[in-house]
Ligand binder design. Sequence first.
Ligand SMILES: NC(=O)c1ccc[n+]([C@@H]2O[C@H](COP(=O)([O-])OP(=O)(O)OC[C@H]3O[C@@H](n4cnc5c(N)ncnc54)[C@H](OP(=O)(O)O)[C@@H]3O)[C@@H](O)[C@H]2O)c1
Length: 219
Amino acid sequence: MDTEGSLERMQTDYVDIYYLHRMSGVPVEKVAEAMGKLMDDGLIRGWGLSQVDVDVIDRAQNVTPLAAIQNICSMVERDSEAKIIPYCMENNIGFVPFSSIASGLLSGKITPQTQFERNDDVRNWVPQLSKKNIEGNQPIVEMLKNFADNKNATPAQISLAWMLHKYPNVVPIPGSKNKERIIENLDSANVELTDEEFSDLERSLKGLKVYGHRGLGGF
Ligand SMILES: NC(=O)c1ccc[n+]([C@@H]2O[C@H](COP(=O)([O-])OP(=O)(O)OC[C@H]3O[C@@H](n4cnc5c(N)ncnc54)[C@H](OP(=O)(O)O)[C@@H]3O)[C@@H](O)[C@H]2O)c1
């Protein structure tokens, strides 16, 4: 690990957070030990893991406390809710949902007719975005659209406001190459749900089947 070389190329003295995006064959304890050394040396402020389950998080946390866990998480990818987010809350670890609007599905802008032009567009492999599953997931999208209309917000904003309301330690990172959408997504922090609205959303989601699942083992 040539961290000093990387820092030099980035023209910085330290990085705030060093993420390990996937586990290799190296035991997580060894990785955590190395991260602890980088922290002691002042080269990184904190470290994080991505797409990991609670057992790996716990093993790492016992060696060098983690700053953040970046796992897939949205209204249609909820594996982290049972144990991982509660563990993070208990241990003061930030939880960073990626694909937090399900690669665009929860914006309501993707229809069964949507085609992803480029062969290397990652959305061609997102299970919820196959033509069949976009069709299957329409009841979720319709529910979100109705809810958003009543709230004078957009479906993407509601899907983000839902997780911000639900958890104090969650910081979603929706991706967009479009300035208006970036602002729209940032504005979700100003969409406040009442407890009643939140419960309505949770109830509706419980009654709707999700078609397609990436999970923690996914790309
Ligand atoms: N840790 C990991 O393993 C991992 C894996 C994947 C991604 N990530 C990170 O997660 C972040 C984004 O995740 P993601 O791209 O997989 O999924 P996402 O944030 O759920 O969705 C991004 C997609 O939704 C569209 N979109 C965003 N906001 C929208 C809006 N308000 N209305 C309509 N469409 C909207 C974007 O298109 P436009 O660009 O056209 O707006 C883009 O195609 C990135 O920072 C990425 O680095 C991490």
